[in-house]
Write a protein that binds this ligand. Structure first.
Ligand SMILES: [Zn+2]
Length: 140
């Protein structure tokens, strides 16, 4: 599989899981599907982040982004529409096609399916500055 195809597949799989869950609201089915697509380790870690209340949807008038607070208090910024994260796992595994996505991205998408996240309102300028600081401070 090419690296350009993989992110599209991840989005499609998650979109389908969301539609299934909307229709049937079957959590067991959702968890089984997540385990079989993403593996039990990644799924468990993503669910832990949701359980810990670490998933925040940051809203402004035009845009929304997710912020995930990692286990060591680091904050990872996720765009809802792009499979991208600022963590090291993403850089070393996902970008090299060794994993489909990171636990932060999966946590954001699954939290959205389950409706299990906290929201914060932010000004458009505030969101822009969050994005600049998230993507501007990457070590190369
Ligand atoms: Zn990540």
């Amino acid at each position: 599989m090419t690296s350009r195809l993989l992110p599209a597949i991840v989005q499609e799989v998650l979109d389908n899981l969301r539609k299934d869950y909307e229709q049937r609201s079957c959590i067991e089915e959702l968890l089984l599907s997540l385990n079989s697509v993403f593996g039990s380790t990644l799924t468990e870690h993503a669910l832990e982040l949701i359980d810990d209340g670490s998933v925040f949807l940051i809203l402004s008038h035009q845009r929304s982004i997710f912020q995930i607070v990692g286990s060591r208090g680091d904050i990872y910024t996720i765009m809802e529409t792009a499979n991208f994260c600022t963590c090291n796992f993403f850089k070393h595994q996902v970008l090299k096609d060794k994993a489909l996505c990171c636990k932060h991205f999966l946590a954001a998408k699954v939290a959205l399916i389950l409706g299990s996240f906290k929201t914060k309102n932010e000004t458009p300028e505030g969101i822009t500055s969050i994005m600049i600081s998230a993507y501007g401070n990457q070590e190369s």
